[in-house]
Design a protein around this ligand. Sequence first.
Ligand code: UN1
Length: 436
Amino acid sequence: RTPAPKRGEILYAFGALMAEHKERLARAMTREMGKVLAEARGDVQEGIDIAYLMAGEGRRMAGETVPSELPDKWAMSIRQPLGVAGIITPWNFPMAIPCWKTMPALVTGNTVVFKPSSDTPHCATLLVELMAEAGFPPGVVNLVTGSGGEVGDAIVDSPDVSIISFTGSSTTGREIAQRAARRLKRVSLELGGKNGVVVLGDADLDLATDGVLWSAFGTTGQRCTAASRVIVERSVVEPLLQRLEARTRALRLGSGLDPAVDVGPLINAGAVDKVDSYVGIGRTEAELVLGGRRATEGDLAGGHFFEPTIFAAVGAMDRIGQEEIFGPVLSVIPVDDYGSAMLALNQTRYGLSSSVFTRDINKAFRAMRDFETGIVYVNAGTTGAEVHLPFGGWKETGNGHREAGHIALDTYTEWKSIYVDFSGRLQRAQIDNQPA
Ligand code: UN1
């Protein structure tokens, strides 16, 4: 019953607390999951941004007021909360993603049961402490740490939880959707990707190199939006590869707390094994240009470090061109022209993010129309989504829901249509106002 604008004020207070503690939160994040400090600050900032955006929704959250087809009758629709939202989040954006989910859930009047990844319980704890300090009443935000099998399944199976929002692997997402279907629960899924950058022959190659490097090796390739494919018109494959190779060699691998480091560790030993096994597959399918090894020298020995890796002459349907690796491995796929670039880009089961580098305005607009992804960038890499636009993917990246933007409210609310008859008599829609 708390008025939505009042709920919004608590979100605002939470955003302000995050801003006040930004540096402490960012350092804790880098220590817990490894992303470099500049990116950890960005992760915290994205949480602040969504808190402020959703705080404002407390005063909007608009429904519709429309005319009735009958005289002396009023018609309108309003949003109402679903009840308890079950929120299951990954380790790669351990603050931003929980905020993407909890902020719209809370401003619309739901309570939340939040299960963070088993790899990042500390980040989740810090967030929830600030939520308590911001003034969410006791019982509104509930943190439960533990494994998917123990805690996640219990949340998904609970008859008291009305909506599940999950970001993570396609395998887990599919299992959650199946379990939740038994109770006809709403499920919002944000799953795998195989995002591609298209570099056309007329592109600014230095700019394209910047965009590809940042998208492929930023966050050690562990973003849902990371680019793992670069689809290049044959005429510029060589000059682009030369630039990519030189710049990648200069990237420094190491602790995310060291400001000179560009690429931090992978999340855990399992991730290193997975990347390593895909590199093995890549060696049989394509040409290894550089990288391809676990880093074992000096301080890096014993950590989960893997060299930024580039494969050339990859076929669009090769396994390394198709399967999500979630690490610092980039596949360069040569193509003949815009048409074959577009086909290669779309030849995947996923559809989160894509980008095109070109100076040809007509080709840029064709790409904006043709690319089958929820996010398309022109002359920028595949990462960097802002919180006030819908975020989510086509095809097997998701199940049609979107996060962020005002559309995120749809995930956490039910619609109620209300008719008020002030004629004082029975009026039958579709009948009394039509010829017999
Ligand atoms: C993710 O990897 O799940 O667009 C989120 C980006 C970030 C969010 C990524 N703003 O890369």
